[in-house]
Ligand binder design. Structure first.
Ligand code: FAD
Ligand code: HEM
Length: 492
């Protein structure tokens, strides 16, 4: 049978009605269902431990993210375009983690079984089970075909000139390409933020070509500023080092270099107070697994596996839209907190490299527009960064150099959240704890609140991003479509 003639999964109107009417019951038990589902699935298919983030299982973030998308799907079963942005985010994440079509039936089987297990046969009648199975098949089909397009676009793609794959991976590595850590650089005075400069192992003269066939040295595929890669490393703490754990890291420099740079914050143990209906409970959040492994064990010359750059913090559509019809550029406001500085640093460096006429082109599929690259940038860029203290902030010297190299274009503002009275942390005339609102009031001029073309790129902890969004959108009427954000976690 030709591929085009295979019928697409679909739902009958009755099944749509059943899914919509039972969605609230499933939603009520959503986290119980998805938690049961993940535990059962991972027990039956231990190799999936190499894909799923253990911490997101432990905290419930991943079951919650899956449950909320499944229920959003149920609510929009007859209006799927409304779900497109949420679906796109998942597709990027899945492709970054090399989720394959063969995984979908496994997830489907365990998900439907978990629904039946938690809700029981009185609720999950055969008709209800059939309706949800059909719904899952429709959703899975959307993901599988969108993900196939992306795999074709990037790592399966062959360079028409050299006829080599643009993302060569050794046999058995499934899209994970070995990269060598060429350089390690401390980015913050307290040593908690470190950059790793990564180059493909197959691009190094001394590399063995095992599994790659003829030598296939390729320019490093370019990426959009703000995109991330996944890297994965063996975890000695689990499965005797046989379990791999992937994590995403934003690329923190402009494209067009012969390396990918990621910048990783060491996630340390924290004593926090959790709030619940029963009151406040002291809790210990364990030190992060992979960030500590990278900081402690990975030195120059070591190898990590990397997947193709993905993500759309800087939406691909913007490439042709960032110059207004009258030739003017849009003001850009980059707002970050903590290690959220990484993708906005890439955006800053990319925009300025283009304005200076330097090429950001490399091999590969997605290229930032070069329409602007011959002219020097005139439109202002405001850089606002929040850091716990001057010792915790990253890239300080680089930002200072950028400001002095682009007078009248880039202005930078640092906000510190150290306790009041700590005089060692005085900077830019700002001392002590700055509330987010206060910070914004001070910088109102630099926020271009009255300019309907200004765009805002925000990255930091969720609470910080929510506060920035509320300030811009709710309080000052900025169109939400001009506010872009990147979440360093699972779920939006
Ligand atoms: C698109 C994207 C881009 C990113 N870019 C960057 C970047 O540029 N730089 C960067 O440093 N990070 C970035 N991250 C975050 C990064 O992927 C990792 O999440 C981060 O490094 C922490 O990973 P870890 O393995 O060290 O911690 P994990 O082991 O994954 O733990 C994460 C958190 O969960 C908590 N936790 C774990 N287990 C439990 C438990 N049982 N109970 C309660 N809490 C628990 C830990 O205390 C920790 O705070 C990005 C994430 C995404 C999704
Ligand atoms: C229709 C089925 C599926 C739905 C609705 C779904 C939904 C989601 C959602 C909402 C996220 C969070 C994305 C984000 O916020 O960044 C996610 C992430 C993820 N999904 Fe899926 N997914 C499906 C199928 C699969 C399959 C088949 C696999 C592979 C076995 C998979 C593996 C993952 C992984 C590894 C993550 C990243 C989260 C983590 O690291 O823990 N998903 N998915």
């Amino acid at each position: 049978m030709a591929v085009e003639s295979i019928p697409k999964p679909s739902m009958t109107p009755e099944q749509v009605a059943i899914v919509k009417s039972t969605a609230p019951i499933l939603k009520e038990h959503g986290v119980a269902i998805t938690t049961h589902f993940y535990a059962a699935m991972l027990a039956a298919h231990p190799s999936l431990h190499n894909i799923f983030n253990r911490a997101n299982q432990a905290t419930g973030d991943q079951p919650r993210a899956l449950a909320s998308l499944v229920f959003a799907f149920a609510a929009h079963a007859d209006d799927l375009p409304a779900l497109e942005p949420a679906i796109r985010r998942v597709v990027h994440r899945h492709v970054s983690l090399q989720v394959q079509p063969a995984h979908y039936p496994i997830v489907g089987e365990f998900l439907i079984a978990a629904v039946a297990h938690i809700l029981g046969p009185d609720t999950v009648t055969p008709a209800v089970a059939d309706a949800w199975t059909a719904a899952y098949a429709v959703l899975a089909d959307i993901f599988v075909s969108a993900e196939a397009d992306m795999y074709r676009d990037n790592q399966d793609r062959v360079d028409p000139v050299t006829a080599h794959k643009i993302w060569p991976t050794p046999a058995g590595h499934d899209g994970w390409r070995p990269f060598v850590i060429q350089r390690r650089v401390n980015e913050s005075p307290d040593g908690r933020i470190v950059s790793f400069y990564l180059v493909p192992q197959d691009a190094l003269p001394s590399s063995s070509d095992e599994g790659l066939g003829p030598k296939q040295h390729q320019p490093l595929p370019t990426f959009l500023p703000g995109q991330y890669i996944s890297i994965r490393v063996p975890v000695p703490e689990h499965g005797g080092g046989k379990i791999l754990q992937p994590r995403q890291y934003s690329l923190s420099d402009a494209p067009g270099k012969d390396y990918y740079r990621i910048t990783v914050k060491r996630d340390v143990e924290q004593h926090v107070v959790a709030e619940s209906q029963q009151g406040h409970h002291p809790q210990v959040r364990p030190a992060g697994l992979v960030s500590n492994i990278l900081h402690d064990n990975y030195k120059e010359g070591d190898i990590v596996e990397v997947t193709y750059p993905m993500g759309e913090f800087y939406p691909p559509s913007k490439n042709d839209e960032d110059v207004l019809p009258n030739g003017a550029e849009k003001p850009m406001v980059l707002i970050s907190a903590g290690v959220g500085i990484t993708p906005v640093m890439s955006i800053l460096n990319t925009v300025l490299a283009a304005a200076n006429g330097s090429s950001s082109e490399g091999g590969g599929a997605k290229r930032p527009s070069s329409r602007r690259s011959r002219s020097s940038r005139k439109a202002p860029i405001t850089w606002i960064h929040g850091s716990h203290s001057t010792t915790a902030r990253a890239f300080h010297e680089h930002v200072a150099e950028v400001v002095s190299a682009h007078p009248g274009v880039v202005s930078a503002h640092l906000f510190l959240t150290v306790p009041p009275g700590d005089s060692s942390n005085t900077e830019n005339g700002v001392q002590g704890r700055e509330g987010e609102g206060q910070g914004h009031e001070r910088q109102k001029g630099g926020l271009f609140l009255d300019d309907p073309t200004a765009e805002y790129f925000v990255c930091g902890p969720r609470g910080f991003m929510d506060a920035v969004r509320d300030y811009l959108v709710e309080k000052n009427g900025v169109d939400e479509a001009r506010v872009f954000r990147e979440v360093f976690g699972t779920g939006s």
